[in-house]
Design a protein around this ligand. Structure first.
Ligand SMILES: CC(C)(COP(=O)(O)OP(=O)(O)OC[C@H]1O[C@@H](n2cnc3c(N)ncnc32)[C@H](O)[C@@H]1OP(=O)(O)O)[C@@H](O)C(=O)NCCC(=O)NCCS
Length: 147
């Protein structure tokens, strides 16, 4: 598995992933328009507190730092799942976040209550699960404080 910082060449790939049915099902259900995607993509590449990492041809990891905290989110496209890419990418991105921003205390991931697979992967990558009661089902705040 290789994890490489996104460049301007990856913009279309990331657009397609963002708009895949699977992602839309899990997000707010809305399709992202190209102009909006381009604005977002350019702003991410220019922001020193954000890192967009490409998992080969399979997906992406987003790291966003805010103060002493960094949020991680990961996506592997459906036909590339179950091959260990997601777990390897989370491990590598976690290491990279602590190296890139030495002042952060913790990395967190927000995982929906029913998303057992993601919760297990983050647990296996050294994260702890904190259940947050919110709305109908709540969610898990996965936290890694080990650099
Ligand atoms: C979560 C996600 C990134 C996992 O990617 P992946 O490449 O399929 O994960 P891996 O192949 O690395 O699997 C890691 C572990 O999950 C296990 N696993 C795989 N498929 C599973 C399934 N359907 N149910 C339960 N466990 C499963 C694997 O056995 C592996 O465990 P191991 O390390 O003990 O062998 C991917 O499913 C995805 O993109 N989901 C949508 C977005 C999302 O939910 N992101 C997480 C919130 S930020």
């Amino acid at each position: 598995m290789t994890l490489a910082p996104a460049t301007s060449k990856d913009i279309k790939k990331v657009f397609d992933w963002r708009n895949s049915l699977d992602i839309r099902r899990k997000g707010n259900g809305q399709k992202v328009e190209w102009a909006e995607h381009k604005r977002w993509y350019d702003s991410v590449l220019a922001d020193k507190d954000k890192l967009l990492l490409i998992i080969e041809e399979a997906g992406a990891v987003r790291l966003e730092r805010e103060g002493k905290q960094c949020e991680i989110s990961v996506y592997v496209c459906e036909h590339k799942r179950g091959q260990g890419l997601g777990k390897a990418a989370i491990e590598e991105a976690t290491r990279l976040a602590f190296c890139t921003w030495p002042s952060i205390d913790e990395i967190i991931a927000i995982v929906k209550y029913g998303n057992h697979k993601s919760r297990l992967i983050f647990l296996n990558c050294g994260y702890l699960a904190e259940y947050v009661a919110d709305g109908k089902d709540g969610f898990y705040r996965m936290v890694n404080r080990e650099r």
